[in-house]
Design a protein. Structure first.
Ligand code: ISL
Length: 559
């Protein structure tokens, strides 16, 4: 396995709207990020992945871009972006931008032209089709509910939008479109950006034929129709050859429908496409028949299988990405930990889990202090288009809306989008004005300032484990094996190479557990745990305790 800076990097994801506001308009901005660069550097991370900051009417908070070469004024505009890049590079931090190239905003000049007439030169930058009978061309639905087709009165055709109707899908079949996107990438690389996270890249190649989806479950339509289209690998290879291969940068493709069967095709080094992908096998783990807003319980063995299966699938020549949340899912501690009685321990456990896995680690803003889900009292507080559409759909279907509000509390994307909790002052130190999304009321006790002053805080533990990973490259490049995969409460694995071995134990339950293994306790020694001042019988774990053990004869480890 070749060694590379991006394989060893720890990435910190920023959702700029919610990070830090400096103007008092209630929206986070780039000067806010600049103000916090020393803080970010102090975490020990290497790369910042910045969610979209381009010009956008914000129908989907920046994932609807109206100008790929302009930074939104809401975030501070062009010049301040240059300062950000310069200040980051000065501190040795790299910048990964978000490239949203499956669709644009309907306010992008290409779409405005495209809509004008059937013979406009930009018409086939997008996907226009005649209707069928009195309705749309197919029965396809959008990710955010309702038809994926929107009718245009003037030209009497429908355009395709997998997301909101203000996010028309680009037609990648058209070589001019591909050239435009490649030019955009060149533009940012020449400015010095260090890579791209590519939004829904698995969706850019559309189905060979446009016919009705036979699948009653939307998830099946995604997997079998929308994702991994017939030309996806041709497009990505072309992108790699024409642009990516010329720069020392990193790429990570986001992808609904990327699974164990096709994952390696995207990231196999020999194929020259992308460096990494984000799959969602662990984040869709609790989706029921009706998808994300129809959650079902899941068990730990299933969760562990995802890590083992992906390790196996990518080992033959690809590289993985490790994450437990982002701006589209609920908070990791509320979801996979216990954000009540064991908030501190389980936050630290999940941080340890992330930082002891192989692959590039992606950490989401706020997880360094264990930020949690929010439970707003009513739908009026919510902003996310996915949540609001799911709400309307549930109402239309006559669902019990009190029960649905509880589902929103656990599933809404806004859980991850509440503003950063910097201190216990007004609006958590995020803004002087009215925040665009209400602050989680727990900010009075859960905030950065409080954790800075506490030696044993989640924040300081996070810094420590990042350093621990950095010192021990076996955690990045070593082999992985999960032990007792069927155990319902313990997640235990080995990470090793020729010189050293770590044994990592997580108790992901509210009860104490004993690791009953055929291993000689004497051969191991404790190097890290999230619970100090408790009895430390090596293979015994308190609720939500995590332990990193090292094999005593390991050489080449730094504790
Ligand atoms: O958010 C999801 C589940 O709640 C996903 O289905 C998500 O829509 C999908 O992973 C694509 O996400 C990306 O593209 C969307 C944007 O809304 C998301 O924020 C982005 O991460 C459309 O650009």
């Amino acid at each position: 396995m070749s060694r590379n800076w991006w394989k060893e990097s720890v990435v910190y994801q920023i959702y700029p709207r919610s990070f830090k506001d400096t103007t008092g308009d209630g929206i986070g901005d780039i000067p806010g990020i600049i103000e916090k660069l020393d803080y970010i550097k102090s975490l020990g991370v290497d790369v910042i992945w910045l969610c979209p900051v381009y010009e956008s009417p914000n129908d989907d908070n920046g994932y609807d871009i109206s100008n790929y070469r302009k930074i939104s004024k809401d975030f501070g505009g062009q010049e301040v972006f240059e300062t950000l890049l310069e200040q980051m590079h000065k501190r040795g931090l790299k910048l990964v931008m978000d490239l949203v190239a499956n669709h644009t905003s309907d306010e992008h000049s290409w779409f405005k032209e495209s809509k004008k007439s059937k013979d406009n030169p930009y018409r086939d930058y997008y996907i226009w089709k005649d209707g069928k009978g009195n309705g749309p061309p197919t029965n396809w639905t959008s990710f955010f509910n309702g038809s994926a087709w929107e009718y245009d009165e003037d030209t009497q055709q429908y355009y395709l939008h997998y997301f909101t109707k203000k996010q028309p899908d680009l037609n990648w079949e058209n070589p001019k479109v591909r050239r435009e996107i490649f030019d955009v990438m060149e533009y940012w690389f020449k400015k010095g950006v260090d890579g791209f996270r590519m939004d829904v890249i698995s969706l850019i190649s559309k189905p060979a034929v446009f016919e009705d989806s036979p699948y009653p479950k939307f998830q099946d339509t995604i997997i079998n129709l929308y994702a991994n289209g017939p030309k996806i690998h041709q497009y990505l290879h072309e992108m790699n050859q024409k642009v990516l291969s010329k720069y020392d940068i990193m790429t990570v493709g986001e992808g609904p429908g990327i699974d164990l069967k096709n994952g390696l095709l995207y990231v196999d080094e020999k194929r020259e496409e992308l460096d990494m992908v984000f799959h969602f096998d662990h984040l869709y783990i609790d989706c029921g028949e009706g998808g994300k807003y129809d959650p079902v319980p899941y068990d730990l063995p299933k969760f562990k299988n995802v890590f083992s299966d992906w390790d196996e699938a990518l080992k033959k020549g690809g590289w993985g990405s490790i994450f437990l949340g982002n701006h589209d899912f609920s908070r990791m501690v509320s979801r996979f930990g216990n954000d009540r009685e064991y908030h501190d321990a389980s936050s630290k456990l999940l941080i340890t889990l992330l930082l002891t896995m192989g692959g590039t680690v992606y950490l989401y803003q706020g997880d360094e202090i264990g930020m949690t889900n929010v439970a707003y009292p009513n739908i009026g507080h919510y902003n996310d288009v996915e949540t609001l559409n799911a709400w309307c759909e549930a109402e239309k279907n006559g669902q019990d809306m009190d029960a649905f509000l509880t589902i929103v509390h656990s599933q809404s994307r806004d859980n991850a989008r509440t503003p950063m909790q910097w201190n216990d002052q007004r609006n958590s130190g995020f803004t002087e004005g009215k925040p665009w999304l209400s602050i989680n009321p727990n900010y009075t006790s859960l905030n950065v300032a409080a954790q800075e002053t506490c030696e044993t805080s989640i924040l300081n533990y996070y810094r420590d484990i990042i350093q621990f990973r950095k010192k021990n490259s076996v955690l990045v490049y070593g082999d992985y094996e999960c032990l007792q995969e069927e155990h319902p409460q313990l997640f235990i694995y080995r990470r090793w190479d020729e010189a050293s071995e770590f044994l990592i134990l997580h108790n992901m339950s509210n009860e104490p557990q004993k690791f009953a293994a055929d291993l000689n306790v004497e051969r191991f020694m404790l190097c890290k745990t999230n619970l100090e001042n408790v009895t430390q019988d090596l293979f015994h774990l308190h609720p939500w305790q995590t332990k990193i053990l090292v094999r005593v004869d390991s050489s080449n480890v730094v504790i």
